[in-house]
Design a protein. Sequence first.
Length: 71
Amino acid sequence: MATILIEEVLMGLDEVKISLDNAVLVLEAITDDMAPQLQEVKDILEQTLLQPLQSHLAVCGRLLEHLATME
């Protein structure tokens, strides 16, 4: 029973990781392509969205690794 629950959590977290990875890629592309006159907007995007998403992505990866060892 516990193995089934761990597998379900792994599948769900894997989907979350994929979504976070896509969001990070899109935000990186947006901020990389911003014109210099939009530096303030770029800074806000990086600080309020990109950096937290990168942190969440890293945590999600660590959780997936940890749960994979529990199977």
